[in-house]
Design a protein around this ligand. Structure first.
Ligand SMILES: [Zn+2]
Ligand SMILES: [Zn+2]
Length: 819
């Protein structure tokens, strides 16, 4: 057997294998193989942010371990990798970097800038995934901004339109005035902010009385369509159905009763504006109130705002407060904190506008979503509640249209004359209606030949929420159902309500089938201080820093061992350092074994000559295999990594290796047979440890495996070798118990030598061991050879007498060593 070199250069080794794996193509999905069962991973195509952060590292390590475990278990693993390119984030960044607004540039030129930025970011993130040693199949790489992907997104829209799931409607939508686009509920972050509560007087019509109203948004007064009080609030019963004059306007509004009003907030009277918040939307629908939209898409007051038209909402607020003060209608102001919705991409406060948009009917699928979600296996199980609650909480359907440039076009035109909607045919896509006419001569309804394109584009989730079908080969492959539903969809805890939900609702609508069989959730990565990792909190650690310092195999141990699946995991340097120390321990132990096995002929059976300690370590090794396999099956990565590290370090290195050294060095004392038995055991146990560790530490295990274990009959990589099966015949409780006792005696004798400042190989003339009973004495007699060899004892006596001397805990055995 070849000897491992003394020095181990982790970074160079990792790079070497990443290159070799890629060249050999060992992670490619075998499309022709119809024998092996398939295992498909729905790798979430990441949004190219230009930063493969520690959260990504955690997520990718999770499902790469699953991929590697399944591959070694005989599955034909499909591990695709794509990029979810479109979206607001890229547009905002392009605007920032080039100091432009998208409207100041031709759309195709702006789109080119976006594509360029995406490529830069993809390169950075791809390097991160590769450096982590992920077993992705790069022949599957795709980008959602490519026309070939447009085709799939557009086709899915056409099919859903025909099934009646897509419609246009005028509906209140979340609107970012800075990005000038509608955004989905999931893209709104609610935060507590300071605000001012204004106490205003609304004069009662034809009376000298007035009603006091509290509001944080006086600039919306021109859009006030009603004033509401709680039906049970006796203070205001007399105002029911009376009309109030809306200050600064010539209008009056009615006082209505509404259960949703909180009598303890402000004055107990609220104005209903279209729209201040989502509560207003609900009230307007309940009471069939009129709608007065006073904000433009850029967030300014429009003509409905009368004299405030043209002002920004902040300017309008100042102006109207000044007017109200002058007229004596402002009583007082009060500082409060209140919840406001912010745009996920730019942190601008979100407004609610009523606009014509495209929608997908998602709310009517809530029951189906719940039922399908319950059938999916969740790691951990309790995470499914998040998806179900989200599906149940939605107030309106999914707004799928956006007023952006860098996105998939909506394949629709309108007849200029009769406004008929012309939907692209299935074989027209990919198509951009802004640059191409529909492929018909005349409007089917009125015969006109003039068409106007749909200018809106799709929400980026329309691209990424068909990934399960696209990965499987839909719509081109005939047997795409072979890879569908995906066996696992990995997701961060923060994107369950988006990614996991949109996938579910979209595939249910399209194919009437859940898109994934299981969902693997990773938590957030926290800073060392326990707070969410963020650049502004100064607890941010960049992935390249970790990989440069300790390499991927150490970082992956942190990810695997940091906590249970789904829990938030703090990033601590000591955890990565521990991983690094384990790596070195494994390397040194393997090197030592490689020296001891220099003259060993691999796979030579020595079963008949196995000694008690050999059987002891083999029994423990089989049990380890059983526990680790079970842990991987259940995605309990932290249990898997702890079990293997403990076994390797404590049982294999500290005990077994120390105990068999003597037998291996002195065949003249023990005989060749027993020496071969030890070599055979070392060979089996190290190989087993390497295989169990391979999904967690793919590089170092490959390096050791290739040096020590690869010959003509071996597989070309440890990662395509077969996963070990625990051999129950080798598991032996009695052998383990006896071995544990012998090991405990050896450990205690060595401890005594250390306390006496003697070298570990100091000779002991006589060792008297006081066993508590006959059975124990027999066990000790059986292990005499190992104890004598390891502890350098000339004469060992096992006595059944009362214990004297140094105690071996917890066995009640004592000993006296005479040096
Ligand atoms: Zn925004
Ligand atoms: Zn027409």
């Amino acid at each position: 057997m070849k000897e491992l070199p003394r020095e181990f250069d982790a970074l160079a080794t990792e790079k070497k294998w990443q290159k070799a794996w890629e060249e050999k193509g060992i992670y490619h999905f075998d499309w022709k193989d119809k024998k092996r069962p398939v295992f498909s991973i729905d790798t979430p195509p990441p949004y190219p942010s230009g930063d493969f952060h520690m959260g990504n590292l955690l997520n990718w390590t999770y499902f790469d371990m699953v991929a590697r475990f399944k591959r070694m278990n005989g599955f034909n693993v499909h591990f695709p990798q794509g990029w979810d390119c479109h979206g607001l984030g890229i547009e905002v960044q392009v605007e920032r970097e080039n100091r432009i607004r998208k409207r100041e540039m031709p759309p195709d030129k702006f789109r080119k800038l976006c594509e360029k930025l995406v490529e830069t970011y993809v390169t950075i993130m791809k390097e991160g995934i590769m450096r982590l040693g992920c077993s992705s199949d790069w022949t599957t790489e795709y980008r959602t901004m490519d026309p070939d992907y447009w085709r799939r997104t557009q086709l899915s829209f056409i099919l859903l339109y025909k099934k009646g799931f897509m419609y246009q409607g005028t509906h209140p939508v979340n609107w970012c005035p800075r990005c000038e686009t509608a955004i989905a509920d999931a893209e709104v972050n609610y935060e507590q902010h300071d605000g001012t509560l204004h106490y205003l007087r609304f004069p009662v019509e034809n009376s000298n009385e007035y009603v006091r109203i509290a509001t944080t948004r006086p600039e919306l007064i021109p859009a006030c369509v009603a004033v509401a009080v709680h039906p049970g609030d006796a203070r205001f019963a007399k105002y029911k159905n009376m009309r109030l004059r809306v200050p600064e306007t010539s209008r009056t509004v009615q006082v209505i009763l509404d259960e949703a009003v909180d009598p303890s907030f402000g004055t107990g009277v609220v104005m209903i504006c279209t729209y201040g918040d989502k509560a207003d939307v609900k009230t307007v629908i309940r009471h069939k109130l009129p709608v007065i939209i006073i904000l433009t898409e850029g967030g300014r007051i429009n003509q409905n705002g009368g004299k405030y038209a043209g002002l920004t909402s902040l300017e309008a607020r100042k102006a109207i407060v000044a007017d109200l003060t002058r007229e004596g209608l402002l009583e007082k102001t009060e500082k409060i904190t209140r919840e406001i919705g912010l745009c996920d991409r730019c942190d601008t406060p979100v407004e609610i506008l009523e606009l014509r948009q495209w929608f997908m009917k998602t709310r009517e699928l809530a029951d189906k979503v719940e039922e399908a979600t319950n059938r999916v296996l969740w790691y951990p199980d309790y995470m499914k509640v998040r998806l179900i609650d989200w599906a149940r909480s939605l107030d309106w359907d999914w707004v799928i249209s956006r007023q952006r440039v860098f996105a998939t076009p909506i394949p629709v035109w309108y007849c200029k004359k009769c406004k008929e909607t012309i939907l692209a045919e299935e074989d027209w896509v990919p198509i951009d209606p802004k640059t191409e006419r529909p492929r018909i001569k005349q409007c089917p309804r009125c015969g006109s030949s003039e068409f106007v394109p749909e200018m809106d584009v799709f929400d980026t989730w329309m691209d990424s929420s068909i990934s399960c079908a696209v990965h499987a080969g839909w719509p081109d492959s005939k047997d795409w159902k072979r890879l569908f539903p995906a066996d696992v969809h990995p997701s961060g805890i923060d994107i369950i309500r988006t990614w996991a939900y949109y996938l579910m609702v979209r595939h249910l609508a399209l194919f009437d089938e859940a898109p994934y069989k299981s969902c693997l959730i990773n938590g957030m990565v926290l800073g060392a201080d326990g707070r969410k990792m963020s650049k502004s909190l100064k607890n941010y650690v960049a992935t390249p820093e970790v990989l440069d310092k300790y390499g991927a195999d150490a970082a992956r141990q942190w990810a695997a061992g940091g906590g249970t699946t789904g829990s938030d995991i703090p990033f601590r340097w000591p955890d990565v350092e521990y991983g690094w120390r384990f790596l070195i321990k494994l390397w040194n132990a393997s090197r030592f074994v490689s020296i001891l096995l220099k003259d060993y002929e691999p796979r030579k059976d020595a079963e008949h000559a196995l000694q008690p300690l050999d059987k002891w370590v083999l029994s423990k090794c089989e049990k380890l295999t059983q526990r680790v396999t079970e842990a991987f099956e259940k995605c309990q990565f932290n249990i898997a990594v702890e079990e293997i590290r403990n076994f390797t370090w404590r049982v294999f290195c500290d005990c077994y290796l120390e105990a068999v050294k003597d037998r291996l060095y002195n065949p003249e004392v023990y005989g060749q047979e027993k020496r071969k038995a030890a070599q055979y055991t070392l060979y089996l146990v190290l190989e087993r440890v390497l295989k169990l560790l391979a999904p967690i530490m793919p590089h170092v295990t490959e390096e050791i495996f290739q040096t020590m274990y690869v010959d003509e009959v071996s597989p070309k990589s440890i990662h395509v070798s077969s996963w070990p099966t625990a051999d129950e015949k080798r598991m032996d409780e009695k052998v383990e118990k006896e071995g544990d006792l012998v090991m405990a005696i050896i450990t205690e004798v060595r401890r005594e030598k250390a306390e006496k400042h003697l070298p570990l190989n100091a000779k002991i003339a006589k060792l008297t061991i006081y066993a508590i009973d006959k059975a124990t004495a027999e066990t000790i007699t059986k292990g005499k050879g190992d104890i004598a060899g390891t502890c350098k004892v000339a004469d060992i006596q096992a006595s059944t007498e009362e214990g004297k001397g140094r105690e071996v805990k917890p066995y009640g055995v004592h000993f006296i060593a005479e040096y």
